[in-house]
Design a protein around this ligand. Sequence first.
Ligand code: PNW
Length: 464
Amino acid sequence: MSIASFPEGFVWGVSTSAFQIEGATSADGRGPSIWDTFSADRAEACDHYHRYSEDVRLMKDLGMAAYRFSVSWPRVFPEGTGKANQAGLDFYDRLLDELLAAGITPYATLYHWDLPQALEDAGGWPSRDTAHRFADYAVAVHEKLGDRVDTWFTVNEPWVAAFLGYGSGGHAPGRAFAAEAFTSAHHMLLAHGLGVRALRAAGASKAGAVLNISPVMTPAQVSDLGRALSPEDAEAVARIDALANRQFLDPILRGAYPADLLPVIERAAGLGHVHDGDLEIISEPIDVLGVNYYTPLVVQAQPSEPADPAFPGSAGVLFCTIPTAVTAMGWPIVPNGLSLVLRRLSEEYPETELLVTENGADFVDVVTGDGIHDPDRISFIEEHLRALRTAVEDGARVRGYLVWTLLDNLEWADGYQRKFGLVHVDFATQRRRPKDSALWYRDVIRRNGLTETRPRRPTLETVA
Ligand code: PNW
């Protein structure tokens, strides 16, 4: 049996986030977050707050080397400011002890979208003060957990948090104003930079950002639709790439907003929120860039198209559906988008080490008495791992891969119907059962590689 192996020391694991699994939303003094307000009465999630031991045991049995979790800000600062709530921090203390006893390396994310409601009431991310409160919070968490966590991530996917939270309103806090989305994005970048500085000053050994990076393609690039790539298409691709990707990459890794994005920001929000010195803070060097990859954005020029509120400034750009297999959520499955992203990042930002911090998919699983069958998830992960391996062969510096996610969980505005887990959760009983994909992933980890060559899902021709 031939094995497509991965580099020695390649880190295998899973990612989760606090609000999506913990539940226990008022335990031990936790305050409300914007997601409690936005999706009231659904927050028991996986009751991980009480079942973390079982969940760590599951990860151990599956052979996970690393676990990326997020800390719930409103557990630590129920009112957003003031004195840290030790009872809330104690939960992560217990979790870390359990992880380390199981031989699993913890990666901690500080902000995975659960802003304390009190900070939203005081202005939320459109307010600059929130970035400073984030730095205070980073210090408090590091003080308690810094002896056992050596890799820290600041803000998860600022594009989603800023542009779905304050631009389209599809995510908490449900506001829909382009100006607020841009100022929120800047303040999340500032929070990242202030957080990295604070973590370093406190002695953290590795700190980084997690960005949702999508390759942006035109239909002419991903398939032959009989339409040549026009200069207008190329401009549409560049505009969406600036909004989705370079808006975050360039300030963090180059200390400047992309020149082609500045007029777009200025038209929507002015530039008064970008203070002198901010970009210097935001570009504080990082050790690792977390890459979340799910699906590409596919666009072409279409003059009559109105702007999409999640992409202010996108008038004249059509977001296209492409004839490829999709997940249950309807997200196109394009594995070599991951190769493109990893190659591009290692070419454009060669100093930065990469870690795939999220990749995964929701499917309709077949639940039977003898197991949970999810062949589509196995194919999805396998194809993305082959794509990752290709990028590594081409020289990309990728230190590991974390599946999104360990457990079926609370998928934000979509609630419980979306199943991204390697492990099935029966929400009536909280019973956990590993799916076929979990067992398959365990074997990949054991041999540090893939074996059988499965028939590949027919994919579109791409530029990769
Ligand atoms: C990521 N989009 O969210 C998050 O980091 C996870 O918490 C989430 O559960 C997972 O992916 C699956 O959705 C995204 O609209 C949410 O492009 C929305 C988008 C991308 C990522």
